[in-house]
Design a protein. Structure first.
Length: 310
């Protein structure tokens, strides 16, 4: 009934959806359950789907990038990945990676050739690149927090940067966060969402023509590790526990779904703490979730966005 809350729980898959009639239909396919696709990793991160829907993801401690194929097989795409964390494909289907261990942003061609895109800002090495988003112009936004002990830091804090597609210039675009982490933008290149794990909040910005940001505003009063966006403009947050809590606490493991207006419309519970998400699969209507030692998926009613390359 209009105006009354409707709650649906799919117990087998630990999927919990919350919504209101008249607002939007469920984002998860009716009857769908969260499925474990692969396990036995150390800590998975950075899922990204290629043109066919195959999903690449990282295993940070084991220093590898893996590939889940449409036939259900998982293979190793790259050894010695430089501690790669976040991944994203560009318009030429090169895999752009945040090499947290080597403190640099790189492009990986399909056959494995690596090209360094950026490894410093104003002559000083980055901290530990974490997550990224490639905009329609080919520019790259990336976050640079610090996790774990790092004694040789050169930057004056934990910030967000933009690699311009013209001349390869690196611009610092956010300098007022405690610990920036997940980042995603709208396919038209007009808005950027960035989470501050250190501040336990997620913000949205307008993107200027030169790639700089303006009009910062609160989007969600919780932080996220990784993020993605669907065709309706909903933002998916892999909700992180407060910075005061254990990152491996398994009491609650949600992927929270927010409408473009910043209203929480769904929660998807995962058996392990989720780290990142992306849409993939043959029809683009499967949500893939990296979570600690495993890779999960759930079938959706919505698909991921298609990037509008310029």
């Amino acid at each position: 009934m209009k105006g009354k809350a409707i709650w649906l729980m799919v117990l087998a898959g630990l999927v919990v959806l919350a919504g209101c009639a008249g607002e939007m239909k469920s984002v998860v396919k009716r009857g769908a359950a969260v499925e474990k696709l692969a396990g036995g990793f150390a800590f998975t991160e950075g899922p990204a789907a290629d043109a066919k829907g195959n999903v690449y993801f990282t295993d940070i401690p084991n220093n590898r990038i893996h590939k889940w194929s449409l036939d259900g097989k998982v293979t190793t795409f790259m050894e010695d990945s430089g501690g790669a964390n976040g991944l994203f494909f560009d318009k030429d289907w090169n895999l752009i990676a945040c090499e947290g261990g080597r403190r640099r942003l790189v492009s990986i061609e399909p056959e494995g050739k690596v090209t360094v895109l950026a490894d410093e800002y104003r002559g000083k090495k980055f901290n530990s690149l974490n997550d990224l988003w490639v905009d329609p112009k080919g520019g790259v936004y990336f976050t640079d927090p610090v996790y774990g002990r790092r004694r040789d830091l050169e930057q004056d804090g934990e910030h967000v940067y933009y690699l311009s597609p013209v001349g390869g210039r690196v611009i610092r675009v956010i300098d007022d966060m405690v610990k920036p982490n997940g980042v995603i933008g709208t396919p038209d290149g007009k808005m950027l969402y960035v989470t501050d794990h250190g501040g336990d909040k997620t913000f949205v910005y307008d993107i200027r023509v030169d790639g700089r940001l303006r009009n910062k505003r609160l989007f969600a009063a919780e932080s996220s590790d990784g993020m993605t966006i669907d065709e309706r403009g909903n933002i998916y947050l892999t909700v992180m526990p407060s910075r005061t809590l254990d990152l491996y606490d398994t009491a609650a493991n949600p992927v929270a779904v927010y409408s473009p207006a910043g209203e929480k419309v769904a929660t998807i519970e995962i058996p392990e703490r989720p780290s990142n998400v992306c849409f993939g699969g043959k029809d683009g209507k499967t949500l893939f979730i990296t979570a600690q030692k495993s890779l999960y998926s759930v079938r959706m009613r919505v698909s991921g966005v298609k990037q509008q390359w310029r």
